[in-house]
Design a protein around this ligand. Structure first.
Ligand code: NAD
Ligand code: DAU
Length: 351
């Protein structure tokens, strides 16, 4: 069926994998990627599909209601897959206001535009909100987050995402908007901005710079390969039940220190260094304020109801990731040097 789908945040890490998947797998869909190109947005992530006939890029701010309303009128979207967000916990600690603006206000603006466009006729319509496991707070040594775990966000980032989830459910309850939400654990893989733990360490190991480990490195995260998250998003968009929430995770818990040691071993091997050389770069630094101890997701609802499962083991995924960054050192260096900002001008200024 022909459809026009809005994907927000498609120039970012996860969004670029989702845009690529939808553009390639659904030639009958028109995919409109709406992204403000903040520091985290990078059109180089989409160079391989940017000339496809079913792909359109719009540079806009999701919190700008006038512009968003005009885009909803222009394209008459059938569906929305909403990923645009401020996504880095450390930045939310120094600048919470920008997280409220983009994550809360921006989500509300999109919900309202969809409600106004669809005017109660919701046949074949869907608003899919991409959220995080961080809304559930922090676990102790035992237990997993399920879809019914009470919300208990603890950072400005997770509080803004929790608030956006509440707005999405409020629009379903109040206006019958056909929504679906997923809450995912930590993603890793190609194209992740090098402020996040894994690409930051890959970059620093390559350049023999110190590897900053917050606190004692004992915090635990549940890591999922980004391609498997994109596959889950495709499945939930097409097969998920209206009004439902699906948790997505890798069933793959690592302490930060064990994860960084693993990266060091793989990188020593790839770079022809002596085993143990890169581990010497590990440096314990002041802990993140309010640092959540442990996240771990129970994905059984998604696996049992929709048949999703990860396609790669962590061992495979992390090797693919290291190799991608080593093979795409120009991509990384463009970001580190800031050159990627000029890519937008060179590609789009005359379009
Ligand atoms: P990212 O920071 O890599 O990308 C965010 C994208 O949103 C960027 O392209 C940026 O330019 C765009 N953006 C930011 N503010 C905008 C605005 N006001 N208007 C339009 N576009 C704007 O983020 P990511 O890691 O790819 O995360 C994508 C989504 O998935 C987020 O909603 C995040 O909360 C969620 N999520 C991320 C993870 C993870 O591990 N990275 C895990 C679970 C959920
Ligand atoms: O759980 C899902 C969330 O995962 C997403 O919603 C967020 O958008 C995403 O950024 C990620 O949040 P984290 O805070 O878990 O990811 P980050 O890569 O920033 O940190 C992972 C862990 O590593 C965390 O315990 C903090 C620690 N860390 C991070 C950095 C950047 C360090 O020890 N040193 C570092 O330099």
């Amino acid at each position: 069926m022909k459809k026009t789908i809005l994907i927000t945040g498609g120039a970012g890490f996860i969004g670029s994998h989702v845009v690529r998947k939808f553009v390639q797998d659904y030639p009958e869909y028109t995919i409109v990627n709406l992204d403000l190109l903040t520091y985290a947005g990078n059109l180089e992530n989409l160079q391989d599909i940017e000339n496809k006939p079913n792909y359109i890029f719009e540079c806009a701010d999701i919190a700008d209601a006038e512009t968003v309303d005009a885009l909803f009128k222009k394209y008459a979207f059938d569906g929305v897959i909403h990923l645009a967000a401020e996504s880095h916990v450390d930045r939310s600690i120094t600048d919470p206001a920008s997280f409220v603006r983009t994550n809360v206000q921006g989500t509300m603006v999109l919900l309202h535009a969809a409600k106004n466009l669809w005017k109660g006729n919701f046949e074949n319509k869907r608003f899919y909100h991409i959220s995080t496991d961080e809304v559930y707070g922090s676990l102790g040594a035992e237990g997993l987050f399920t879809e019914t775990t009470p919300y208990d966000p603890k950072s400005p980032y997770s509080a803004s995402k929790a608030s956006s989830d509440h707005f999405v459910r409020a629009y379903a309850n109040t206006y019958n908007l056909p929504i679906v939400i997923s809450n995912c654990s930590n993603n890793y893989g190609p194209n992740q901005f090098p402020e996040k733990l894994i690409p930051l360490c890959i970059n620093n190991i390559t350049n023999k710079k110190s590897l900053p480990i917050y606190g004692k490195g004992e915090n635990i995260r549940d890591w999922l390969y980004v391609i498997d998250h994109a596959a889950a998003i495709d499945l939930i968009y097409h097969k998920g039940q209206h009004g439902e929430t699906y948790n997505i995770g890798g069933n793959n818990e690592w302490t930060n220190i064990a994860l960084v040691r693993t990266l060091c071993k793989i990188m020593d091997n790839r770079l022809g260094r002596e085993e143990g050389e890169s581990e010497q770069l590990i440096t314990y630094v002041t802990d993140r304020a309010g640092h959540d101890l442990r996240y771990a997701i129970d994905s059984s609802k998604l696996m049992n109801e929709l048949g999703w499962k990860p396609s790669v083991t962590f061992e495979e995924g992390v090797e693919l990731t290291v190799d991608w960054y080593l093979d795409n050192n120009d991509w990384l260096q463009n970001i580190v040097s800031g050159d990627y900002a000029s890519y937008y001008d060179s590609m789009y200024k005359n379009k």
